[in-house]
Design a protein around this ligand. Structure first.
Ligand code: HDE
Length: 698
């Protein structure tokens, strides 16, 4: 029973899988082809002839390979997995089976994405990340089309085209690609202060996640759960990553964009291949309907969170992503999400952003996937039975057998019949009012939650936010736009506004625009994220001839046991001689990788090895850069000298025994047992912000 849904989706996909194994090359009509490298011509040097149907078909298909990329979220990566609830406690609130029956393992497909860049843009740009989940439930497909930030830029969907046009490349030059740092976005922002809360998130480390497995997800809108008695309860959906929420640093992301533009996509793919499956906990915040007006913001306003300290996030179930797609286009590109894909037991609210989305997603799939039959594409097809009178259209894949394509009918025996159980019934909300085009007064507080976010940040997070604003606004050519944004920031927090202004040539405001309310929500800071795992972390081990191979093996084994991956880097691929006369296999040449692609660096001992590394500018830079980015660094014996050569300052290294100082773990006398333990702890801490670095803005 528990496996059946899982296998059902798998079986369905398998039925559509076409492999080349053992089969002969054919045309699309199944005609075997004896030659596909030359077209048919008249004589060896003559013109190509129309008879060559193989040539024409091959070229025609190729000419039509591209479909429109998504208008937003074009760049993405996806994976299959499953979701299972822990128990049935939510059945008091909803009839959705996949949220209440712990015996069901619901197959899922998740697509992560950036928003602004085109399909080929880099992964590590400053942007919101999409986190869209399709649950193939037995009651039909249910989608949570969320982001990694819990709020949005605008309050009403009618502003979406304006916002997207502002953030996308400018119309004349199509510059910049996948960057918010340009005049049109900030012009929009300064004229639309409802963006301020989201801009705080976008300027924070949340916009540059280390990994999709280390990123939260949010349904953003307030939805509604509906139980067997028809009672509604407001709900916000949250995904919490098991590995905690962790980010890269800005300097690092820009370098990664060149060194490995597929950084996040590759990390997802490699982790799943290695069996280190990304896991997330689904949680809900529930608000009884009678409490709708108890907050100092409107639950229908998607620029607001419900602070977790006010309404706790209650755990519901776990999602594990455990299988990579077979074909990017067929699956990750063709998957079609829709906020209005809901199963019985989940309904909408009148959030005007959500209402607009409920129109937009179906509409956009029609143009992107070329017609109304896209739900028949394997990745979109429900495992639940699909029967209705919809007919014809582009790319009809089914062969409907019935004579009657209408309801009611007698000619097809009245089928399909209307079920009397398990049906979707819209929540019978009472609505009454005049038709008006007007923003609700209850949506008009633009600053207090932006302030809450700022107040909740650790000092290093505040430094990063200030640096991000300075970078972005520093790229704006129009001074008036910079000034306009600073004016809004002065309503968020005076100190923030002054710090940003001083970096961008704007006169700092003399006094606060709005006094800071002083409230905080500790759950918003990534400083408070779990830091107890090195699963999925990558460690670079720098070696040359003469390395202490015993230490490499001992530390490497401990890292692998803890779920991390290590790669041995040297000046060239192949192998190096170890100090004891053996050989150490090299994973990659140092010049093909960079410290920004790893979470930590280890420099083992071996006098000759370290002498060579010290003379290698790349190796010295590796360590210096890892230090600058706050990463864990391990050094053994002579390896400590490489740290000194890299000018690492402000931390102590071991005179003897193990010393762990702000992420720099060192030991003299070989690895021992405590060194790997301390190093793993330092890597699990993610980054060490308490180091003395020079990149902090005033
Ligand atoms: Fe989307 N959004 N969106 N969005 N969105 C799309 O649908 C739209 C919004 C989100 O991996 C489009 O299939 C409107 C909020 C994700 O395939 C489109 C509004 C949130 C994805 C669309 C919003 C999202 C999309 C483009 C304003 C977070 C990628 C291609 C109100 C809760 C899904 C497509 C994937 C994609 C419309 C705002 C998340 C045009 C009108 C808020 C994760 O339909």
């Amino acid at each position: 029973m528990a496996d059946s849904a899982d296998n059902e989706k798998q079986r369905q996909l398998d039925a559509n899988r076409v492999g080349p194994e053992g089969a002969a090359l054919t045309t699309d009509q199944g005609i075997r082809v004896d030659h596909t490298d030359d077209s048919v011509t008249v004589g060896e040097r003559g013109p190509t002839i129309m008879d060559d149907f193989h040539f024409r078909e091959k070229l025609t298909h190729f000419d039509h390979e591209r479909i429109p990329e998504r208008v937003v979220h074009a760049r993405g990566a996806g994976a299959y997995g499953e979701f299972q609830v822990h128990d049935d406690w939510l059945s008091e609130y909803t009839v959705a089976e996949f949220l209440t029956d712990p015996s069901i393992r619901t197959p899922v497909f998740v697509r992560f994405s950036t928003v602004a860049g085109s399909r080929g843009s880099a992964d590590t740009v400053r942007d919101v990340r999409g986190f869209a989940t399709k649950f193939y439930t037995r009651q039909g497909n249910h989608d949570i089309v969320g982001n990694n930030m819990p709020v949005f830029f605008i309050q009403d969907a009618i502003k979406f085209p304006d916002f997207v046009h502002a953030v996308k490349p400018e119309p004349g030059s199509e510059i910049p690609q996948a960057q918010s740092a340009h005049d049109t976005l900030w012009d929009f922002v300064q004229l639309q202060p409802e963006t301020m809360h989201m801009m705080m998130w976008l300027m924070s480390d949340r916009a540059i996640p280390r990994s999709y497995a280390m990123m939260q997800g949010f349904g953003v809108h307030t939805f509604r759960l509906v139980n067997a008695q028809g009672r509604g309860t407001f709900v916000k959906f949250h995904w919490k990553p098991k590995l905690g929420t962790h980010s890269l640093v800005w300097d690092e992301t820009q370098k990664i964009a060149g060194k490995d533009p597929d950084f996040n996509r590759r990390d997802l793919w490699d982790s799943i291949e290695a069996g280190v499956f990304p896991e997330y906990e689904l949680g809900v915040q529930l608000v009884p309907e009678e409490d709708e007006h108890r907050f100092d913001f409107d639950l229908l306003d998607a620029t607001k969170i419900i602070p977790e300290e006010e309404v706790p996030v209650r755990p519901v179930g776990t999602m594990v992503l455990n299988r990579n797609p077979d074909n990017f286009f067929a699956e990750t590109e063709q998957i079609a999400f829709h906020t209005a894909n809901v199963v019985p037991g989940v309904d909408f609210t009148n959030d005007p952003l959500l209402q607009g989305r409920n129109f937009s997603y179906l509409d956009t799939q029609l143009i992107r996937l070329g017609g109304p039959n896209f739900p028949q594409i394997p990745v979109n097809r429900p495992i639940a039975d699909v029967r209705n009178h919809q007919r014809d259209g582009y790319h009809q894949m089914n062969i409907p057998g019935a004579r009657a394509a209408y309801h009611k009918n007698t000619l097809s025996g009245g089928c399909p019949a209307i079920a009397d159980a398990g049906v979707y019934r819209h929540y019978a909300e009472k609505v009454d009012g005049h038709k008006i085009r007007k923003r609700s007064e209850s949506f008009k507080d633009f600053y207090s939650q932006a302030t809450l976010f700022w107040n909740s940040m650790a000092d290093f997070e505040k430094d990063h936010i200030v640096a991000a604003f300075r970078f972005e606004l520093g790229k704006c050519e129009t001074m008036r736009i910079r000034e306009g944004v600073v004016e809004h920031l002065n309503h968020v927090d005076h100190d923030l506004a002054v710090r940003v202004a001083t970096g961008i040539g704007v006169a700092p405001p003399a006094s606060a625009g709005t006094p800071n309310h002083g409230r905080t929500s500790p759950a918003l800071s990534q400083a408070n994220a779990p830091k107890d795992s090195v699963k999925g972390r990558k460690v670079a081990v720098l070696v040359a001839d003469g390395v202490d191979s015993g230490a490499v093996a001992a530390v490497g084994e401990a890292l692998v046991d803890a779920g991390a991956v290590y790669e041995i880097l040297a000046a060239a691929e192949g192998a190096v001689q170890s100090a004891n006369g053996g050989q150490v296999e090299i994973t990659k040449a140092m010049n093909t990788m960079a410290s920004v692609l790893y979470d930590a660096v280890l420099v083992p001992g071996g006098a000759e090895s370290v002498r060579a590394l010290k003379a290698d500018g790349l190796a010295v830079h590796y360590v210096a850069e890892a230090f600058k980015h706050g990463k864990a660094i391990g050094a053994l014996d002579e390896g400590i000298e490489l740290l000194e050569r890299a000018g690492i300052h402000g931390v102590d290294v071991a005179a003897d025994g193990v010393l762990s100082d702000r992420g720099v773990v060192s030991r003299r006398g070989g690895s021992g047992a405590d060194f790997p333990r301390q190093l793993i702890k330092a890597i699990a801490a993610h980054r060490h912000w308490d180091r003395d670095t020079d990149s902090v803005p005033a």
